[in-house]
Design a protein around this ligand. Structure first.
Ligand SMILES: [Zn+2]
Ligand SMILES: [Zn+2]
Length: 199
């Protein structure tokens, strides 16, 4: 049998003459050292894999917890979220306009004031004709200042739309998912409006 070409031991880097095919170490000592290194490496790999698995499990757990927290939120939470998104859109839509009721421009806080109240007319909660920028004085302290609101609203949207607003409306059977959808729609509408402004 022809002598195999010499090669370098992968452990001690000395030249040696292999006696077997695939022999990569020169002697038993190097073989055992390489074996130990391999074991240590395997252990480290296994530990890394385990840590990764743990991190992923924790992440999943957090996602499940967040989902559960959402699931136990009362319907009022989602109504409020949708109303906030709608109101923010209304305030931005009317940003260059004065208070719908008193016609004042001022630096204070503005609200989105419903003409027909959400309490008496929940079906008009998200009706854009029914809600306009209003100063906090008119909105909070004058209960909407409706006497002044009415003619200003007719002037703004026209008699036909005003009459439609005052007419009968069906009460939609909004559920949790509808409020989530409405919230999303008004966030998107506000974003589109802001982008329009920037363009
Ligand atoms: Zn060696
Ligand atoms: Zn006002």
């Amino acid at each position: 049998m022809a002598k195999k070409p010499r090669r370098k031991c992968i452990h001690c880097r000395e030249w040696f003459h292999p006696v077997r095919d695939g022999q990569v170490v020169c002697c038993y000592v190097c073989a055992s050292a390489v074996g130990k290194e391999q074991t240590a490496k395997n252990k480290a790999d296994a530990m890394r894999a385990e840590k990764k698995r743990q991190r992923e499990e924790e992440k999943e757990q957090r996602a499940r917890q967040a989902e559960r927290r959402q699931a136990v939120k009362p319907l009022s939470y989602f109504i409020k979220q949708a109303q906030q998104a709608f109101n923010e859109f209304i305030r931005y839509r009317d940003r260059h306009m004065p208070c719908i009721s008193c016609g004042r421009y001022h630096d204070g806080q503005y609200h989105a004031g419903h003409f027909r109240t959400t309490g008496a007319n929940p079906e008009l909660r998200f009706d854009e004709d029914n809600c306009h920028k209003q100063c906090s004085v008119c909105n909070n302290h004058l209960s909407g200042n409706l006497t002044a609101y009415r003619p200003a609203l007719i002037a703004k949207i026209g008699q036909a739309r005003f009459d439609a607003l005052m007419g009968p409306h069906e009460l939609p059977k909004w559920k949790r998912d509808d409020y989530i959808r409405i919230r999303g729609e008004y966030r998107a509408k506000l974003k589109a409006l802001k982008q329009q402004e920037a363009a």
